[in-house]
Each structure stands twice: as C-alpha cells, then as structure tokens.
Design a binder for this molecule. Structure first.
Ligand code: IMP
Length: 175
C-alpha cells in the first residue's frame, strides 16, 4: 500500500488489535473497580483506540479529549507544549491518559507534569503502542498494548501526514 511517498505493509491485524484493546480494558476494569476515573485521550491519534477501549470500561467514568499544542515561546525557551481542551476539573481525580503511540515520550512528560500540577489524585497512562526509544527513557507507563521497534506505523488512528487514520489494521513503512 502506498501513501504519498511511503510504502506500507500490514504489521498488526485488526483482530490482534481488538484482542489487545479488550485485554487493556479488562485490566483497567479490575484496577479501577471501586473508582471512577477520568479518561483523557490525546487527539488526534488516539480517537479510535480511545473509543474502542472506553466502550469496554465497566466502571463509572468520564471522558475529556485533549490536544497537545506547540507554540513558539521566547527564543531561549524554544518550543513549549501546552494542553488544550481540558474541561473537567481534575483536582483529586483518578486520571488515565490515553495515547496512540509513545515514541520519545517527550510530549507525554510535559503533559504529565502539567496534569500533576493540577492536583490529581492518581495519574496513569494507557498507550496502544510504545516504541523502543520510550523504553530506554524508562517512562512509567502502566498499560501498554504493543511494544514495537523504531518503525514508522500508521492506521487505527495513527497517520502519515494526515492520511491513514481510517485503516482498521496497523501498518508499518517499508523501504
Ligand atoms: P513523542 O513525544 O516522541 O512520544 O511523540 C508521540 C507522538 O508522535 C504520538 O502521539 C504520535 O502522534 C506521533 N508519532 C510518533 N511515532 C509515530 C508513528 O510511527 N506513526 C504515527 N505517528 C507517530
């Protein structure tokens, strides 16, 4: 399959993806048995994963989609990432951030710090995919769907230059 200048081949088929999403939901249902978490899916990439995951959550929960936006800071501070779209009060809440993929983990590090500053009760992360570099950073992610190497992937919400989010399977780029 060709998208723009890149070729892609199937990597994780939709059956495997759905099995893993169900396994993650099952574990979250156990861990949050007597709790009422607030899910914060990070747009755009996590919209399909978040929908499939949250449909299988059986504890009372809320959902608030957020976006990480970069803006040019001062010359010395460079690019700052800020969280936009947060409507729920997160003070004293059990938060679960929902990500599509963690690559370097740098984006999430900023988001996690910003959320902790709001006085959350607990903060955990669920990601469908995690790449090798993130593992090297020892980023503390409680729920991980698939550990992958450093390949570029798309499908199931993930994009290449805006395309490919609609695909049900996950693909990887080939040279
Ligand atoms: P990080 O700050 O390096 O962890 O960046 C994570 C973000 O980069 C993800 O939320 C994705 O939006 C994007 N990203 C990283 N790797 C890929 C990939 O292989 N395919 C599509 N998007 C990716």
């Amino acid at each position: 399959m060709q998208i723009k200048d890149l070729k892609f081949k199937e990597f994780i088929n939709k059956v495997k993806v759905q099995q893993q999403v169900s396994a993650l939901a099952k574990q979250i249902n156990i861990d949050y048995k007597d709790k009422s978490p607030v899910f914060l899916p990070i747009l755009n990439g996590s919209f399909i994963f978040a929908a499939d995951l949250i449909k299988q959550i059986e504890v009372p929960c809320r959902v608030s989609f957020v976006k990480v936006s970069s803006y040019a800071g001062t010359a010395s501070s460079g690019q700052l990432k800020i969280l936009i779209g947060l409507e729920e009060s997160l003070f004293n809440q059990d938060i679960i951030i929902v990500e599509d993929i963690i690559d370097t983990g740098l984006t999430l590090q900023k988001v996690v710090q910003e959320l902790k500053d709001l006085g959350t009760k607990s903060l955990e992360l669920v990601t469908l995919l995690r790449k090798q570099p993130a593992r090297e950073k020892m980023f503390d992610v409680k729920y991980i769907g698939f550990e992958i190497e450093n390949e570029f992937v798309l499908g199931y919400g993930l994009d290449y230059d805006g395309y490919g989010r609609n695909l049900e399977d996950i693909y990887q780029s080939v040279i």
